[in-house]
Write a new protein. Structure first.
Length: 218
């Protein structure tokens, strides 16, 4: 009877160790490359397991688990509060906190998120518009939309307030004697200068003395 209990104990302990190892693999496989630098004792059938060997295994696993980057869970979101993140590369380029060596694909990257209150072309410059857009969209990363972002927004079938200024960040001559170049960097309310705007489902230009909301993207 004692021998039977001893064998059952061995099987139970071995199963417990196997279960932990399996769980550890599940939680780290394809997410983090974890290296176990400590000692992992292996056991064979019929061997008496010593507490010291078992504790050594637990200690090595604990050290490996605690070396996992400091991701935390906030609702359905994973949060990485410190350091940088590198994907398919081993270098954080140009002091960035995210470096990706490969293509990034997103359906909702750089799309219209709202408009500011109406303003002439003298809107505080690009930095002033960024601040106004952050308020309009409730996000500090919001900014005045570019022509590229307006095109992506239209392709998604998203409605845009019309008329509304956006940044073409270029220079072109209007149909009259007028320079159209983002109202001199959004610092001019002159009728002799122009800016690009959304209107009637398309693109037009307006003199900088006219007042329109500014399209913001995120």
């Amino acid at each position: 009877m004692k021998e039977t209990l001893r064998e059952l104990s061995k099987l139970g302990t071995k199963g417990f160790i196997t279960g932990i190892a399996f769980a550890f693999g599940i939680y780290t496989f394809d997410i983090f490359a974890i290296t176990i630098t400590g000692t992992i004792n292996t056991f064979f059938s019929g061997q008496v397991i010593k507490a010291n060997d078992l504790n050594t295994n637990f200690s090595s696993l604990r050290t490996a688990i605690e070396s996992i980057p400091d991701f935390t869970k906030n609702g359905v979101n994973a949060v990485f509060a410190g350091g940088g993140l590198m994907l398919n590369t081993s270098t954080l380029a140009n002091s960035s906190t995210l470096s990706v060596n490969g293509r990034i694909s997103s359906r909702n990257l750089g799309l219209y998120c709202g408009v500011t209150s109406s303003t002439t072309g003298n809107a505080g410059g690009f930095t002033g518009l960024r601040s106004a857009c952050a308020t309009a969209c409730g996000n500090t990363n919001a900014h005045v939309c570019t022509a590229h972002e307006m095109s992506l927004t239209r392709q998604q079938g998203i409605s845009v307030a019309e008329p509304s200024w956006f940044s073409a960040y270029g220079y072109w001559l209007g149909t009259v004697s007028l320079n159209v170049y983002d109202c001199n960097g959004w610092t001019s309310a002159s009728a002799a200068q122009g800016g690009t705007a959304n209107e009637s489902g398309g693109v037009t230009w307006k003199t900088c003395d006219t007042s329109n909301p500014v399209a913001c993207c995120l």
